[in-house]
Design a protein around this ligand. Structure first.
Ligand code: B3K
Ligand code: ZN
Length: 890
């Protein structure tokens, strides 16, 4: 396989104006008739038409109704003798494919006796020969024919224009999509499905039909998805003036899906995980993920579908922007400033624990990559989450209203087009000509072209006599693969100053006429800059990067006293939380790097424990926020702060911290449990879900403390709670408390849980995942994982199930995965190879579990390299896995 380069982009040699597809659906042999109307692109030199295809059986090709000569060049169908001149011509292609054998879940496949499609990025070529690239936008008419008893529901994009009976018990449905689209947005679904329906009237007075299709029996789990969809429609209209442009908008759930969901025009296809929820089977986290993902896919209807990507290098044009939009949606729905901050903290946590490592590892790539081998490998946290941060910085630089104006201009200019990240940034800047973004646009766009996480180094100096405070800011960015040197970024730094008592100090730069209060955004553009504040009455504590105003690592040598001030008083909730994390981080790093016996030398001191006690007991703080502050930095995050990583030491230190926090704050944990254990009738709103989260953490901590003291009361209470809980959040939290504390009641609770939910696939995923992700006690997790893989409910072909066991162990349980006997890595290599033969996309995700192997201490490092090399030595790897392991070893 060869790399594809962004710089090699050329416009297509042909346009496809219309596509008429007729499907005769059959699991083993589906017939596809594809009739296209094409014309030459006059801007490009005349050349042969090369159509992409993959795993297709070609039966016939007709041009303007006549047989024609063609040849194959690898996977491409090449037509050389096409009519000359600018006139449009018809091209008909008959193929067959085998959906039942499609284990890659790309193109047309069968799941639970129903048909589904997944075309992004390059799956349409597995359905028919086509110009499978996003800049070819066509009008689609789709006819589906299938056995009526087996496939009563036949869906495709757009509007249903005709349906009826055929011979032999078959029937048909004909769909016309009123909007042009790239083929990656094509979809069809056929099967036994039922729908929750909702009619809505938009602000503009138009009527629409919303439908959520699921398997019979799941209808009682669709209310939340429907509510989320209605909220999404209303939000996009209110915040960005973007209405629903379809009479009918459908969501269909399938249990076999490679990722979360797909934004096919008017026919979103979702992983069941992001649709199905009721209080008995889904946790608060599930409810909130459903809201985000339903929103995300819906928002793609404009950002992605109406305006799409010119080529796949521009993927963040739609993904970064749409993640930003779904984050804003969730924040707006959350309501209170505190609930908004909780969402922001959660988003930043994902960025820092997943994207920062990616940006520092072998797969590091810019938000707009310059090359790839397999595009599926570039649906990454960099494209999505860092891309969203880049859009967020634009909003910070032009303001919320300015950003909405920019979006408006973007759609005025580009509706119906396939465009680039440059086009987007230009529109936001042009709509705000006086802004810093407009002034700095070329430099700002380095966020798109340069990989790596910048470090922002800050240091402050207070001059009491002159009443000045100088804050020096310096930025740097480490090399990434193919990019040795980086130019300075545009970094918006949200800043406030506090006095030692935690009161806000006015901000006044020397040349300002008057002082400002609150937060100000300073835009760092040079490698180094100094801000000098005047009329500063006392030594300030700087609150830097409020609300995490840029995706950077902030280095500032905070003292404990300063951090305690910020934790207790900062008006910015994000930095309050961050101060608590920094206090924990400093202690963790000291213990990890030392060689003290953790049983003898406590990691946490009274200052830290007192601060945490105060947070827990503070009546003015929301439970959700307390839960975030009281949660220690993850092992993955701790590892990222170190040059040499000993995963076992990190695990031991974090466990010791957890135990100490559990024991020292026992009284406060009990109070937190008592205050929050009963949240009344279940509602997945931020306040009550925050209370359940805190109660859950408290229960876990009380069970952890009990492990230490040998007390059986709290494990007993946890077991009782597990049995009596009125919702899945409380039930699962109680089960987790027993599993995490390693109590013997965990085993009976787990088997009871399985018996209770054996018919709920998504709950059984949780059951697998909890065990594979459990803290390791004496190396028990790997044998348990091997055992789980022999469980009758395990199925490697189902991505959710494979992820629930294998990924929960390899990617989410570092303390159990990094074993000094290398057995975790051996297991990993075997699974990557095994999965690759079934589903390369899922295998390549798993392959990334060892991205950061070069940082590992011995003996882990050598053992990890050996495992990666063993995978790389396999001759018949997919491009997907090949690209990941090759980059890892480079
Ligand atoms: N656009 C899809 C992702 C497709 C992944 C293809 N490998 C879902 C989303 O981001 O909304
Ligand atoms: Zn998306």
């Amino acid at each position: 396989a060869t790399a594809i380069h962004r710089a090699d982009y050329t416009a297509p040699a042909y346009w496809i104006d219309t596509v008429e597809l007729v499907f005769d659906l059959d699991p083993a042999k589906t017939r596809v008739l594809n009739k296209m109307r094409l014309r030459r692109n006059g801007d490009v030199a005349p050349q042969a038409l090369r159509l992409d295809g993959e795993e297709l059986n070609l039966a016939r090709v007709l041009v303007n109704g006549q047989g024609t000569s063609f040849k194959m060049d690898g996977n491409q169908l090449v037509l050389e003798n096409l009519p000359e001149g600018p006139d449009a011509f018809d091209l008909e292609i008959f193929t067959t494919c085998n959906p039942a054998k499609n284990t890659k879940l790309m193109g047309l496949y069968v799941s639970n006796d129903s048909f589904f499609t997944q075309c992004e990025a390059e799956g349409f070529r597995r359905i028919t020969y086509f110009l499978d690239r996003p800049d070819v936008m066509a009008s689609y008419t789709v006819t589906l024919r299938a056995d009526k008893a087996k496939y009563p529901v036949l869906l495709s994009n757009g509007n249903l224009v005709e349906e009826g009976e055929l011979e032999d018990g078959r029937h048909f449905a004909k769909w016309v999509d009123p909007h042009k689209k790239p083929c990656y947005l094509f979809a069809l679904v056929a099967g036994q499905l039922v729908a929750r329906e909702q009619r809505i009237r938009s602000r503009a007075g138009k009527d629409h039909l919303l439908q959520v299709f699921v398997r019979p029996g799941d209808l009682d789990k669709t209310e939340h998805a429907m509510n989320s969809l209605m909220a999404s429609v209303a939000w996009d209209e209110a915040r960005f003036g973007l209405p629903l442009d379809l009479e009918r908008f459908m969501i269909v759930a399938t249990s076999d899906f490679n990722m979360g969901a797909m934004e096919n025009k008017g026919l979103n296809i979702f992983n069941t995980k992001y649709v199905l929820a009721n209080q008995a089977t889904a946790t608060d986290a599930d409810f909130s993920n459903i809201e985000s993902v339903v929103g995300h896919e819906y928002f793609h209807n404009w950002t992605g579908n109406r305006v799409t990507c010119q080529d796949w290098f521009q993927l963040s044009l739609k993904e970064g922007l749409t993640v930003f939009r779904d984050q804003e949606f969730s924040q707006d729905l959350a309501g209170s400033p505190s609930a908004r901050a909780v969402k922001r903290i959660e988003d930043v946590r994902v960025l820092r624990t997943a994207q920062f490592p990616e940006d520092a590892g072998p797969m590091a790539h810019p938000v707009r990559p310059d090359s790839y081998i397999e595009i599926n490998n570039f649906y990454t946290v960099t494209i999505y989450e860092k891309g969203a941060e880049v859009v967020r910085m634009m909003q910070t630089l032009v303001g919320r209203d300015g950003f909405a104006q920019g979006m408006k201009l973007y759609f005025e200019r580009h509706d119906g087009q396939a465009v680039t990240c440059d086009d987007f940034a230009q529109a936001i800047a042009d709509a705000n000509p006086q802004s810093d973004l407009a002034r700095l646009l070329p430099q700002f766009k380095r966020w798109y072209s340069q990989a790596g996480t910048p470090r922002l180094h800050a240091s402050g100096q207070y001059d009491a006599a002159a009443r000045t405070y100088t804050l020096s800011l310096t930025q740097s960015c480490a090399p990434t693969p193919g990019q040795a040197l980086k130019d300075p970024f545009v970094i918006p730094v949200n800043l406030g100053l506090l006095d030692a008592q935690g009161q806000a100090l006015p901000l006044q730069l020397a040349h300002w006429a008057q002082a400002e209060t609150g937060t100000r955004t300073f835009v760092l553009t040079e490698a180094s800059e100094t801000l000098t504040f005047v009329n500063v009455d006392s030594a300030p504590v700087p609150s830097i990067l409020r609300d995490f105003s840029a995706p950077v690592v902030l280095d500032y040598a905070y003292t404990d006293t300063e951090l305690l001030t910020l934790l207790a008083h900062d008006s910015d909730p994000f930095n309050r939380w961050e101060a608590g994390q920094r206090l924990a981080l400093a202690r963790a790093l000291k213990a990890i790097q030392g060689d003290s016996d953790l049983a003898q030398t406590p990691v946490l001191d009274d200052a830290y424990l007192d601060a945490m006690r105060q947070v827990l007991a503070d009546p003015t703080l929301d439970a959700a926020f307390k839960e975030l502050v009281l949660t220690l930095p993850s092992e993955t995050y701790l590892a990222e702060q170190l040059d040499v990583v000993d995963p076992q030491r990190i695990h031991a230190v974090r466990e010791a911290m957890r135990e100490q926090l559990a024991t020292a704050l026992q009284t406060q944990w009990q109070q937190a449990w008592e205050d929050n254990r009963d949240t009344g009738g279940y509602r997945p709103d931020p306040v009550s879900s925050g209370r359940r989260a805190l109660a859950g953490l408290a229960l876990t901590q009380l069970c952890v403390a009990a492990r230490r003291s040998g007390d059986t009361v709290w494990p007993g209470k946890a077991f009782q709670r597990f049995k009596d809980a009125a919702n899945m959040t409380d039930r699962f939290n109680a089960l987790s408390a027993l599993v995490i504390s390693g109590h013997e009641l965990a085993a009976p609770a787990l088997s009871r849980f399985h018996a209770l939910f054996k018919n709920e696939a998504l709950v059984i995923d949780k059951w697998f995942s909890l065990q594979a992700g459990a803290p390791d006690h004496g190396g028990h997790v790997l044998p348990a994982v091997r055992q789980l893989m022999t469980h009758p409910d395990f199925n490697l072909r189902n991505p959710n199930r494979a992820r629930s066991v294998i990924f929960s162990y390899c990617s989410a349980n570092p303390g159990a995965f990094h074993r000094s006997d290398a057995a975790g890595y051996v297991f990993w290599a075997d699974r990557v190879i095994e999965l690759d033969a079934i589903n390369p996309q899922v295998a390549a995700r798993l392959a990334r579990a060892l991205d950061r192997w070069k940082k590992l201490a011995e003996p882990y490092r050598s053992a990890a390299r050996e495992a990666i090399a063993r995978v790389a030595a396999k001759a018949d790897l997919s491009n997907d896995v090949r690209e990941v392991v090759t980059r890892a070893l480079a």
